[in-house]
Design a protein around this ligand. Structure first.
Ligand SMILES: Cc1ncc(COP(=O)(O)O)c(C=O)c1O
Length: 433
């Protein structure tokens, strides 16, 4: 009998140890972490160096409250992170998780607009599908029917207008013009910000728009006085083969970048937002404070983990590695696709890769709960962790798998991942489990 409140009624193996791309359970079984948990463990598991940095920080200064102190470790980290992300002038607001970070970005956009004399702007435009977090604000921002439906009575729909997803096969700039049309419909002076995942994660398996899309989004946001928030919780921190994914669209610079997951790569809860100097100054020269805060924001031990992870990412060239191993994994997935036509679409950027599963005869993706979960179960049975998802088409239909091993994965380990995935796909599609 366990006292743990599990996420669902399925049985969970009990993990006891992690090393590199592998996790081990209490029965001694080994798993290749093909999805870095939920695209978190960017540097792999069990790095002593990070644990030691955290222990040293906990012994020296475990906690200060953000309303009373900054800390030397936070000052150092903010400077390093801003540099890494190519936003050297930016200010960093640190929190504990991705939902807190998107929530912070949303509130910041609203306060910024108010303080610059645009108090009528409060709406946050996002896309369907998208996932921005589980807290009520970030969930209201999310275009993910299945996770949202139960809670819609607690939300005010008119505050969260939704744009359709981009179409990778369409001209990027033309596709982005949908935002202009939506702003005109809503009344541009009611909109505070547009928020999007540059490369979509859990809700639509590594979907990315064509070149030109974010360049035009940037232009439209500037024209209409709307902030552009890039939610890079999943796709940022090198995962897509560049420090920030959005920079792959002609070097576009958002006003606010939301980071999480890979920031401390699972060694500690750490997330946050990078904000342009202009937004920061507007608040500080105006009311003088951000009307928002969490007790554990900027926790020194989490920040020490983040700094140590960033050291490793830079020292080991993991951003470049994400490109190289990503190309290898994508190529291998395309080879599997030739064998399994149920893999309707294979796509991705760097080591954020997605497979949409469906019926090759009709071209329709499978219905939830369906094949992705089955493939995920078959993979787990064979010692491979993947991240199945669903609902990309209409909140229900649209089974997909996300793959995204640690950026430190070797070429041999990529081949092992592909071999086990091939077996799992074969078992799931033939129904012989
Ligand atoms: C793009 C994106 N934003 C926000 C979140 C929420 O982060 P967290 O689960 O750490 O609260 C996620 C989590 O999957 C995400 O992928």
């Amino acid at each position: 009998m366990s006292n743990v409140f599990y996420r669902s009624s399925k049985p969970y193996p009990v993990a006891v140890r992690g090393e590199g791309v592998y996790l081990y359970d209490s029965a001694g079984k080994r798993y290749l972490d093909g999805s870095s948990g939920a695209l978190v463990a960017n540097i792999g598991h069990g790095r002593r160096e990070v644990g030691e940095a955290m222990a040293a920080q906990a012994a020296r200064l475990p906690f200060v409250h953000g309303s009373q102190f900054s800390s030397d470790i936070l000052e150092e980290y903010a400077a390093r992170l801003a540099q890494f992300c190519g936003m050297p002038e930016a200010r960093f607001w640190a929190v504990s998780g991705g939902s807190e970070a998107t929530e912070s970005a949303i509130k910041l956009a609203r306060q910024y607009q108010k303080e610059r004399g645009e108090g009528g702007r409060y709406k946050i435009v996002t896309r369907v599908p998208s996932y921005h977090g589980a807290s009520l604000g970030s969930l209201a921002a999310s275009g993910m029917g299945a996770r949202r439906e139960l809670y819609t009575p607690l939300m005010r729909p008119e505050a969260w207008p939704k744009l359709p997803k981009p179409d990778a096969n369409r001209d990027g700039a033309e596709d982005a013009e949908q935002l202009r049309a939506l702003l005109e419909r809503e009344g541009p002076d009611t909109v505070a910000a547009f928020m999007a995942e540059p490369v979509v994660g859990a809700s639509d398996a590594a979907l990315a728009p064509a070149d030109g899309y974010y360049q035009r989004i940037r232009q439209i946001c500037d024209e209409y006085g709307v902030l552009f928030i890039a939610d890079e919780v999943m796709c940022g921190m090198g995962r897509c083969g560049s420090a920030l994914a959005v920079s792959q669209w002609g070097g576009v610079q958002p006003d606010i970048v939301v980071l999480g997951k890979g920031l401390a790569a699972g060694y500690a809860p750490l997330a946050g937002v990078l904000v342009t100097r202009q937004i920061y100054d507007t608040l500080m020269d105006g009311s003088g404070a951000f009307m928002h805060g969490f007790t554990y924001a900027g926790h020194p031990v989490s920040v020490a983990a983040g700094l140590s992870v960033l050291d490793i990412v830079e020292r080991e060239g993991l951003v470049q590695a994400a490109q190289e191993r990503g190309t290898q994994l994508l190529q291998g997935l395309r080879e599997l696709q030739a064998q399994f036509p149920q893999m309707l679409t294979v796509r991705g950027t760097g080591l954020l890769l997605g497979v949409v599963l469906g019926d090759p005869v009709t071209g329709q993706s499978f219905q939830t709960p369906g094949m992705a979960a089955r493939v995920g179960t078959e993979a787990m049975r064979r010692g491979l962790v993947t991240y199945p998802g669903s609902g990309a088409d209409d909140g229900k239909r649209g089974d997909h798998l996300l793959l995204g091993p640690p950026l430190s994965i070797t070429g041999e380990e990529v081949e092992e991942l592909l071999a086990v995935l091939g077996e799992a796909l074969g078992a799931a599609f033939s129904g012989q489990t």
